[in-house]
Design a protein around this ligand. Structure first.
Ligand SMILES: C[S@@+](CC[C@H](N)C(=O)[O-])C[C@H]1O[C@@H](n2cnc3c(N)ncnc32)[C@H](O)[C@@H]1O
Length: 187
């Protein structure tokens, strides 16, 4: 399904970075970053342009093809990985891990969130459609901030946990940022 979408003429997504990533990255020192389920790579390319050492993963060859072309156009280096995120074992940890709108089946989603947290040395940012979001994926693929933290195995009152529910036009998103150092991210 994703290869078909990304293989169609024109971009599927806007090519702009996700706004919460821009907000969160502005609060962090530059370092290594991993984007999980990167799609057409807008977040990874934006991170690389800002000076992050970016790695990005998706299982869609077509998405990665579009993403690599965007990186080339922007003149930046991103390490692209084609893999099933639910089966992938991070070879190292990253200062920032970004998971935006990863809407696989619930089991895969939980597995990916756990892997993303394992891969996080600094800050993990997860954004997905909130259960009250009117369109998009089936209800079972939507989740609130509590469900995200449960998948990570992180208590909501742990140091360094920030959560928000964000509305953008008709869209409603659940946002979770967790920093291993306990530093508070402002959402
Ligand atoms: C809704 S798109 C979001 C893309 C990007 N994060 C963004 O915000 O523009 C979800 C992406 O997750 C990828 N994806 C879904 N399941 C995956 C899996 N098991 N392993 C790797 N990538 C996956 C899809 O190919 C797709 O690019």
């Amino acid at each position: 399904m994703w290869d078909e979408r990304y293989g169609s003429p024109g971009r599927t997504w806007s090519g702009e970075p996700n706004p919460v990533l821009v907000e969160v990255a502005a609060q962090l020192s530059l370092g290594t970053a991993l984007d999980v389920g990167c799609g057409e790579g807008a977040d990874a390319v934006w991170l690389a342009r800002r000076g992050w050492q970016a790695t990005a993963l998706d299982f869609s060859a077509e998405g990665l093809r579009v993403a690599a072309a965007a990186a080339q156009d922007a003149g930046v280096q991103v390490d692209w990985i084609r893999a099933d995120a639910a089966q992938w074992h991070p070879p190292k940890t990253f200062d920032l891990v970004n998971v935006q709108y990863f809407h696989g089946p619930p089991d895969a989603r939980r597995a990916v969130h756990r892997l993303a947290w394992q891969a996080t040395e600094g800050t993990l940012l997860v954004v997905g459609h909130h259960p009250t979001h009117p369109g998009g994926p089936p209800d079972a693929s939507k989740y609130g901030t509590t469900a995200i933290l449960t998948a990570l195995g992180v208590p909501p009152d742990a140091p360094g946990v920030a959560t928000a529910t964000r509305s953008r036009g008709d869209a409603v998103d659940a946002v979770v940022a967790v920093s291993r150092s306990g530093e508070q991210i402002h959402l």
